[in-house]
Design a protein around this ligand. Structure first.
Ligand code: TXA
Ligand code: MG
Length: 351
């Protein structure tokens, strides 16, 4: 492969000439990174198994982690899913285009590489003009994981994609910041009860408007043990900055106090640390170490900037990161989940 073409494209009025080129690259089996409303995706046509394999290779993604297929419209779903339960139609009408991924029985024509050998396929219609028009012009379903190296924070800026993938893909369409900031909600519709596999932009509360309270399952990944690190042996660290991240869970005043104590200890050891906490508490922490997650009761602000902040902590040379956990309601649940995964077991419950 030659050089990566990095193209600035207008998010509101995407230049057709670039979209046509990008669509042609996809159809011919190349890789194109493009913006969605959640994070940037690394696209490959599902009709090109070799391109799909390259997506795994380029990202360093484990072969057992399936990809999400992107469509320009609900109307194309029968090309991907073998069965469409009535709930899928209702959800599509309500949430597509948007940050909801549905897991459905896979059509045999979708190559096994796309879904890592599973009998199911994950599919969504993204809410971004660049993505929608690109998908329409490509004329084929496009598999697209987040456009980061495996394990790194997902990209919410074109610059993040270039940091990770320059020289490895044919084209990067840079349309500026994505909106939601955390990835789509992954909802499994293949069992008797809808099940949230990954919390995201469409919240449990929003899904409960469709299925009723208690009508949606959500396994809780964080079974807290108070006062000590949780599950230190957790195998995978996701969304992770280079520095170890400690997620501090509990009542806000106690969380802040705990973080401040840790900063003192780290300072004595001459280790540089960073704090991810809420705008209200900015003055409580030393300037220079503080990175704002926005207002505590506006989790959409934390979602929008989280991945960017994790990369910024690395750039600032932080050797450890202390993050104040958001409350686990609405979009806060997705933010909590990403921080929990970035912490890779370093979760401290302070009561
Ligand atoms: O917002 C998003 O979903 C972004 C943008 C680019 O659309 N994409 C994204 O893809 O986050 P990725 O590959 O980073 O995450 C896909 C998630 C993984 O957790 C994967 O395990 C799950 O979806 N997944 C994919 N296919 C699945 C399937 N058949 N069954 C269960 N989970 C699946
Ligand atoms: Mg990802």
């Amino acid at each position: 492969m030659g050089k990566t073409r990095i193209i600035k494209i207008d998010a509101e009025k995407p230049e057709e000439v670039y979209l046509r080129e990008a669509a042609a690259i996809l159809r011919e089996g190349g890789l194109v990174a493009f913006p969605t409303e959640t994070v940037y995706g690394l696209g490959a046509a599902v009709t090109r198994p070799q391109a799909i394999q390259r997506v795994y290779a380029v990202k360093g993604r484990p072969a057992d982690n399936p990809l999400i297929v992107h469509l320009d419209s609900y109307r194309r779903l029968p090309a991907v899913a073998a069965e469409i339960p009535p709930a899928a139609r209702v959800l599509a009408e309500k949430f597509w285009p948007g940050p909801l991924t549905m897991v459905l029985p896979k059509k045999a024509t979708i190559p096994a590489e796309v879904s890592a050998g599973l009998p199911t396929v994950a599919v969504r219609v993204p809410d971004h003009l660049v993505a929608l028009r690109l998908l329409e012009l490509a004329g084929v379903p496009v598999a697209a994981p987040s456009a980061n190296l495996s394990g790194r924070p997902s990209p919410t800026l074109g610059r993040h994609v270039a940091e990770d993938l320059d020289g490895l893909v044919e084209m990067i369409l840079d349309a500026g910041p994505t909106g939601v900031g955390v990835e789509s909600t992954v909802l499994d519709l293949t069992g008797p009860t809808p099940r949230i596999l990954r919390p995201g932009g469409v919240t449990r509360e929003m899904l409960e408007e469709v299925f009723g309270v208690g009508g949606v399952e959500e396994p809780d990944p964080a079974l807290m043990e108070s006062g000590r690190p949780l599950a230190p042996g957790m195998k995978y660290r996701h969304y992770a900055p280079k520095a170890p991240l400690y997620l501090i869970v509990g009542e806000p005043a106690r969380v802040n106090r705990y973080i401040k104590e840790r900063l003192a200890v780290e300072g004595k050891a001459r280790r540089k640390s960073a704090v991810l906490a809420y705008e209200e508490d900015r003055d409580y922490f030393p300037e220079g170490l503080f990175f704002s997650l926005g207002e505590r009761n506006k989790p959409e602000e934390a979602a929008e900037r989280l991945f960017s902040l994790l990369r910024a902590c690395d750039e600032a040379g932080a050797e450890s990161i202390y993050a104040a956990a958001p409350s686990r309601t609405g979009l806060g649940r997705a933010v909590f989940n990403r921080l929990w995964k970035a912490a890779g077991g370093n979760v401290v419950e302070v009561g």
